[in-house]
Design a protein. Sequence first.
Length: 668
Amino acid sequence: MRENALRRGPGPAAMPAGPMGEQPGPEAGSGSRPAGDPAGEAGGGVVGPGAEAAELAWGPLLRAHPLAHFVYDPQTLQLLAANAAALARYGYTEAEFLRLSRADLLLPGELGPLREFIQGLPDSALRDPQRVWLERTRDGRVLHADVRGMPVRFEGRCARLAAVVDAGLRERLAADAGQVRDLLAVAGRIAQLGGWRLELPGWRLHLSDEACALHEVAAGTVFELDAALAFYPGSVGASVRDALHDGAAQGVAFDLELPFVGARGSRRWVRLVGAPRPDEAGRVAALEGAIQDITERKQAVLALEASRRHMKALLQAIPDLWLVIDAQGRYAEVSNPQHPSLARPWAEMAGRRLDEVLPPAVAQMAADLISQAQRTGRLQTRQYLLDTQAGPARALEARGKPLGEGRTWLLIRDLSDARERDDAQRARAVAEESERLQSAFMSRASHELRTPLNAILGFGQLLQGAGQADARVAGYARHIVQAGGQMLALVEDLLEMQRAEAAAASTPAPVALAPLLADCAELLRPLAETTGCTLAQACEPGLTALGDERSLRQILLNLGSNAIRHGRAAAGASRVSLQARAAGEALLLQVSDNGPGLPAPVLQRLFEPFERRQVQAGAGAAVTAGLGLGLFVARRLARQLGGEVELHSQAGSGTTATLRLPRQPAPA
């Protein structure tokens, strides 16, 4: 195609009329906008009689123009020139294109309207709207074209310069817009989504049909602001009012989820979205937005949140540790990042694999548990030892359950304390059984010893009576009776120990102390009279102890008899007193004597079995009495009652034995 340099057409001199009666138009430079409408088939470029047609300068600007342009002869319809955009649109080379006519670019049915159009120029180009031409490309595709042109002179002949715009997209968009409007209406009904507009400054609310249905009012209903806010219960209406006023005053958009009550009383949740719409001056002229019924979604969300709260509370109530291991064997979640059963602080474990945190043997065990749980879908359990934050070598149990997507839930229980309790319970059971067998043996042995001892004592006493004439025989008999008496006392003490064991299993009950002290004093009085000892008692009124009456009586009798036998004064009358008094949160039952007293080392040994108290008699001669089990049994019984027996002594001032018991609160 020949190219001409950009040049001006002939000046104001009259040009001959173009073919088919066209009048020349104004000047058109290369790529410059012609007068009027350069995109019109005749458009604003068609001028009235007497105007000139410009000489077309077909230069680089038109050839490179992104809009398709071509030149054709309106009389023969022969194509005379085309730019690159036109060649690309129709799919021809330049040589192929110039061998065609305008009719070759149109569908057969379009040729007649084209000739009518050209025949009617310039008036036909002024019609509005312009015709959309159906064209075809080299490969047979059909295009919709908006062809606008103007008369020009090209290489000395009358021609038309045409600019082509694709009208197919415009038509498709128009059709699609209609479909979108229909689809939006359907979608609005399905999604229960409606629109609204709040006029300002009148504050009148207009609703779409879908929004009216949501409000349960007739279509086209218009509300004043207060009436519109009444659909939102309680303080929610005030929140909506604040959002609307902020939007009107400050141009603030909002997006709220709110409870809503329809005109017929149905309770729902809605999503209310609004934004300001400014006028040309930038002032907010209205608020527009949408309202959607989200009841089902909101109820599902609320139910899910409630379920999560319940699950969280349940999991937090589980004292054991639980973990979630992801499909790659990494620590993903934990119930308590500070749980003592963790091998390390959680910050060092999160996101790491098991074999990076645990010892190899434990990591392999955990991997096997997870693999078995994932393969079978059933709960798997393993027990193992692991050094944790709670301490070294803790006994743990892991329970694994698959969660889906390759994840596994592990519940870790610390069995160490339970095992220690089990071990202690077994040890206690063994000790109790051993003690029971020992008590049974002692009881049986004591009874078995009593029978031959009675015979020995009886025959010894007979020998004493029969051997008065023979001093040697009498001495032998006396030794037999003394040894037998000591053995009988030992048997009695052993039986007393066995009775103390039986008393430990008795049920505690309130014991009035005043009558108890009176009974004990009465039982001790014959022994006191035989030793020349004065016996006294004193008790604060109303004192009550919780325990076993038999055990308390046994303790007081042991302490009292010990004081009477071994607490005799070196000079003067011997005195023993029994007292009961309250001292703060304790009850004190005391047995005191006025004997010579004992040093501290001796006092401590007296609570050991078979330790005997020595009595100073006369001019320092030491004698012994008893077998040394009385204080041992008394302390044991006291501890079974939750108390303690203590000895206090000072040389020359006597000895005091104190039974200390917890004080019981006074009855209401």
